[in-house]
Design a protein around this ligand. Structure first.
Ligand SMILES: NC(=O)C1=CN([C@@H]2O[C@H](COP(=O)(O)OP(=O)(O)OC[C@H]3O[C@@H](n4cnc5c(N)ncnc54)[C@H](O)[C@@H]3O)[C@@H](O)[C@H]2O)C=CC1
Ligand SMILES: O=C(O)[C@H]1O[C@H](OP(=O)(O)OP(=O)(O)OC[C@H]2O[C@@H](n3ccc(=O)[nH]c3=O)[C@H](O)[C@@H]2O)[C@H](O)[C@@H](O)[C@@H]1O
Length: 437
C-alpha cells in the first residue's frame, strides 16, 4: 500500500514520517510551497522532538517525498489521509471546513483508480458522511471512493511516540474493506493489542471532540478550585494530588495554572458547542462555555497579580519566560503565555520574553515584545519575572543566579512548578496560581 498525507503541518508531517518509519511509501501533499520545499530538503519547519530524525532518515531513503501536486498524489497512492487544518472561523465559534472540503474534492478528482480516503483532521459531527458524498461526486467516472474517519489523538511534544504507540485507534466508516485496509495500515499497533474501535462515522467524529472536551473540562475543573483556594487559603497542588489518587479521577490533567491553549482544545470545545447548537441542542454543551470562561479568567488573574505586585503596569519591566502553549513545542496558537505577555505590553509594561523554541513564532504574532536570546537576558533588570510555560530550563533555574540579574526579586509561577520555599529562602516574593498570597 502507498499513502498520501494531505496537509503536512503538525499532524500531517508526523503521520507521514511515522508511516514511512513503518515501511510504507508516503507522499506528503500541501498547498504551501515553502513548507513542501523545506520538508523535501529534510528540514522540519516546526519543533517536534524526534520528528527531524525520522524526516531526514526517510527523505534520504526515498520512502518519504513531498509535493504540491494532487495529480501526482492521485496517481501514486492507494490510501489518502486528510490532515489539513480545521481552525476556528474568524469571529465565530464553528470550525472552518474550507480546507478539508477543498482537499477532499481535489484528491477525489485526482484519484486515477478505486481509492480509500481517510480523514484524520478534527471535524464537526456530520462532516464525514457529507464529505463521503462530496468525494464520490467529484471522482472520475468508474472510480469508486471508500471513505473513513480516523481521528487523531496525538499530543504535540510526544507526536511521534503517540503515533507509533497510540492508546487506541478509532475508525468510523460504512465500508468493511476500509476497516480491513486500516487494520493492515495499523498492524504494528494492533500487534501490541492496541484497542481498535471500528464504528460509524458519527461516533468516530464525536469520540475525538469528546476526548478533547473532557481534557479541557478537567483542567478548568481544577482551575475553578484554584479560584477558591486563592481566596480562602489551601494548596491546589495538594488538592489535585489528593483527588488524583482516586483511580476514578486520576492525577493527569489536573495541573492548575494559567490554563489550556494550543491549536486544539480551545477551538475544539468552541466548535463542539457551535455544532450542537446548529443541531438544535442549544443547552446540551453549555457547560463548555463555562470551561472556556474559567480558562480565560486564569489569564486575567495573572495580569491582575502582576499589576498588584507592581502597583500598576505603566513603565514596569516584566520578564515573561515561555510563550509556547506548552513545553516541548514551538506552537503559540492560542497560547495563554503569549496572550498574557501581549496584554501586559498593551497595559504599558516593557516586556522581555524568551522561549527556547517559540520566539520566532511569537514574534510573527506579537512583534512589539522584546525577544531575548536566553532567560538570563530576559530577566535582566526585571521588576517581576513570570514563568508561564514550564520548560525544564525554567523549572531548574537557580533563584540566586536569577536574583543577581533582576531589579526586584518577584516571581509569578503561572504553572505551579517552582519550589516556593527555596525561592522564598532566597528572598523572592513568590506568587502562584491556586495558593493564597
Ligand atoms: N496539532 C496536533 O497536535 C493535532 C491536530 N489535530 C487536528 O489535525 C488537523 C490539522 O492540525 P495541525 O496539523 O495542527 O494544523 P497545521 O495548521 O499545522 O497544518 C495544516 C496544513 O494543511 C495545509 N493545507 C491547508 N489547506 C490545504 C489543502 N487544500 N491541501 C493541502 N494542504 C492544505 C496547510 O498549508 C498546513 O500545512 C486539525 O483538524 C487539528 O484539529 C488532531 C490531533 C492532534
Ligand atoms: O486534538 C489535538 O490536537 C490534541 O489536543 C491535545 O494535545 P495538545 O494540544 O498537544 O496538548 P496538551 O498536552 O493536551 O495540552 C493542552 C493545553 O493544556 C494545558 N494543560 C495541560 C494539562 C494540565 O494538567 N494543565 C494544563 O493547563 C497545557 O499547558 C496546554 O496549554 C490533546 O491532549 C491530544 O490528545 C489531542 O490529540
Amino acid at each position: 500500500m502507498k499513502f498520501s498525507v494531505i496537509g503536512t503541518g503538525y499532524l500531517g508531517a508526523t503521520h507521514a514520517a511515522s508511516m514511512a518509519e513503518l515501511g510504507f511509501e508516503v507522499l506528503g501533499v500541501d498547498i504551501d510551497q515553502e513548507k513542501i520545499d523545506s520538508l523535501s530538503r529534510g528540514e522540519l519547519p516546526f519543533h517536534e522532538p524526534g520528528l527531524p530524525e525520522l524526516l531526514r532518515k526517510h527523505v534520504a531513503s526515498g520512502r518519504l517525498r513531498f509535493t504540491t501536486s494532487f495529480a501526482e498524489a492521485g496517481e501514486f497512492a492507494d490510501v489518502h489521509f486528510i490532515a489539513v487544518g480545521t481552525p476556528q472561523r474568524a469571529g465565530e465559534h464553528g470550525a472552518d471546513m474550507t480546507y478539508v472540503d477543498a482537499s477532499v474534492s481535489a484528491i477525489a478528482r485526482a484519484a486515477t483508480r478505486d481509492t480509500l480516503i481517510v480523514g484524520k483532521s478534527t471535524v464537526p459531527v456530520g462532516s464525514a458522511r457529507r464529505l463521503k458524498d462530496l468525494a464520490q461526486s467529484e471522482a472520475r467516472n468508474g472510480v469508486k471512493i471508500d471513505f473513513a474517519w480516523n481521528p487523531e489523538f496525538l499530543r504535540e511534544g510526544f507526536a511521534v511516540e503517540d503515533t507509533l504507540r497510540p492508546d487506541r485507534l478509532v475508525v468510523g466508516t460504512d465500508s468493511d474493506s476500509a476497516v480491513e485496509k486500516l487494520r493492515a495500515v495499523y498492524a504494528y499497533a494492533l500487534g501490541r493489542e492496541t484497542p481498535f474501535i471500528s464504528t460509524d462515522f458519527e461516533t468516530a467524529e464525536l469520540v475525538k471532540v469528546a476526548a478533547n472536551a473532557f481534557l479541557a473540562t478537567k483542567i478548568s475543573f481544577i482551575n475553578a478550585f484554584s479560584e477558591v483556594t486563592e481566596t480562602v487559603g489551601g494548596d491546589i497542588r495538594v488538592l489535585a494530588d489528593a483527588i488524583g489518587y482516586d483511580k476514578r479521577i486520576g492525577r493527569r490533567f489536573l495541573n492548575a495554572g494559567v490554563g489550556f491553549g494550543g491549536g486544539c482544545l480551545p477551538k475544539d470545545i468552541r466548535a463542539l458547542q457551535a455544532r450542537v447548537s446548529e443541531l438544535g441542542l442549544d443547552s446540551t454543551m453549555r457547560f463548555l462555555n463555562e470551561v472556556d470562561e474559567i480558562n480565560l479568567r486564569r489569564r486575567d488573574r495573572v495580569v491582575h497579580i502582576v499589576s498588584e505586585l507592581l502597583d500598576g503596569l505603566e513603565g514596569a519591566s516584566v520578564a515573561v519566560l515561555g510563550t509556547a502553549f506548552k513545553p516541548n513545542s514551538d506552537d503559540v496558537r492560542d497560547s495563554p503565555a503569549l496572550d498574557v505577555a501581549g496584554r501586559l505590553y498593551n497595559s504599558g509594561a516593557d516586556v522581555n520574553v524568551y522561549d527556547p523554541q517559540a520566539n520566532e513564532n511569537s514574534s510573527k504574532r506579537f512583534p512589539r515584545l522584546n525577544y531575548c536570546a536566553s532567560y538570563k537576558d530576559a530577566v535582566a533588570g526585571a521588576d517581576v519575572v513570570l514563568l508561564l510555560t514550564e520548560w525544564d530550563e525554567f523549572v531548574e533555574m537557580d533563584p540566586e543566579i536569577v536574583g543577581s540579574l533582576v531589579s526586584h526579586r518577584r516571581i509569578v509561577d503561572g504553572r505551579n512548578v517552582l519550589n516556593t520555599d527555596t525561592w522564598e529562602d532566597s528572598g523572592w516574593v513568590v506568587r502562584t496560581l491556586g495558593r493564597k498570597s
